[in-house]
Design a protein around this ligand. Sequence first.
Ligand code: NDP
Length: 490
Amino acid sequence: MALSTRPAAELAPFEWDYVPAPEARDTVSIAPRNQLYIGGRFVEPHSKHYFKTVNPATEEVLAEVAEADEVDVDRAVTAAAEAFRSWSRLEPAKRARYIFRISRLLQERARELAVLETLDGGKPIQESRDVDVPLAAAHFFYYAGWADKLEWAFPNRTPRPLGVAGQVIPWNFPLLMLAWKIAPALAAGNTVVLKPAETTPLTALLFAEICEQAGLPPGVVNLVTGAGKTGSLVVAHPDVRKVAFTGSTEVGKLIQRALAGTGKRLTLELGGKAANIVFEDAPIDQAVEGIVNGIYFNQGHVCCAGSRLLVQESIQEPLLEKLKLRLGTLRVGDPLDKNTDVGAINSRQQLEKIQGLVASGIAEGAEIYQPPCRLPERGYWFPPTLFTGVSQSHRIAREEIFGPVLSVLTFRTPDEAVEKANNTPYGLSAGVWTDKGSRILWMAERMRAGVVWANTYNRFDPTSPFGGYKESGFGREGGVHGLLPYVELN
Ligand code: NDP
């Protein structure tokens, strides 16, 4: 940290500024043109088409990436089906060894993965370095442990793998979502064809290299890059036995319709509009940190983001005062800078969606607050934003914004808090802040949400199941529960 170089007259008393602290970019080398990973080899796409992936913080083109068509997807599924014959019969302890090796390699190459994730997706390096990559490694580590203990996971049953899993993941946590999908599938003896999101394919391609480095048998993991069309081909392929999807509720519904009657297994992890509920007896400074973490972490591109703050009326004023002050300290800018708290919006399309919903909030009469902050000229940016005077009918209180935008509502009684929190078509997560353990339990029982955090928010652990109710989807990922969708039980 250094004293600001701005003239003293411009500085408020005790104002400090940070010197730039960029993470070195030369730890990664990005191939200008990237191929599909099928049957243990990097292969040119049958389509001959490539699309560009850009750094959302600078709009710089990072690389060209192959676009898989129907023939490519078929090749990938065929390779996975062939590999399934031997992978599913492999001695479970040996399967565990491969998965454990992947986990160790993710740790060894953590810096490279973190920088690449930040370059391709725009999230702050402190998040990719301290959250995404370590959690991805932890997932492989955890599921490696289950590979030879499946009979203990499902006592008195005989678990058997299903076959080829078709997996489609979004752009908000590219490597971590890959880990959530691939680790349990492999541990249970399945093989996979995975499609990363169009805007963030690069860490998945580096993961393919890691599979090679781990000596994973060819065809056990296959990666088909492309846009939504490629995803729909993976999902629809007749030899895919199980589909796992994370993304928007809209596409989740399309997939559910497409799969109806096919007998394929399906898990959907979709959108959310979580309530973060603060009672008057909550530790207020801790709650402010939890609110900030709940909605501004990863620019709010988080399905379980605490995007609706429900605050007890009696403490609304002091809480909002502290929250606004805290917003002013968030550093928005270069995602590769180690001091950055809020990075770039993932894509122009997502930025436009956020701008549209924020405009609707203003038009519908809510009051907007944004701390003074200078945004970079190039790239896709949106400042941390807070709306007060929000009513339940406003679009900003109902729709998933998927950006750094918080809608503040109030309540007087616990019953009213429950009523308002559950007044959403979604049901992924919720947060409760209170000093009383009994109230936490009382609230948790009544929340229609897959995860309820108490006096904390956005905490993840591979041993803990995660998933939704209602339009947030079904099925669980993580923990023993995360193995269930990948096995048949006799
Ligand atoms: P999508 O649901 O479109 O994308 C998720 C994944 O599905 C991507 O890999 C996408 O490919 C792929 N896909 C798109 N269409 C199909 C299809 N018909 N069949 C199979 N796969 C498909 O989300 P978006 O990226 O368009 O984001 C839109 C909104 O969705 C966001 O603003 C946000 O509100 C929400 N969202 C929620 C997420 C969550 O975790 N709950 C994650 C991401 C988005 P491609 O990337 O190439 O389009």
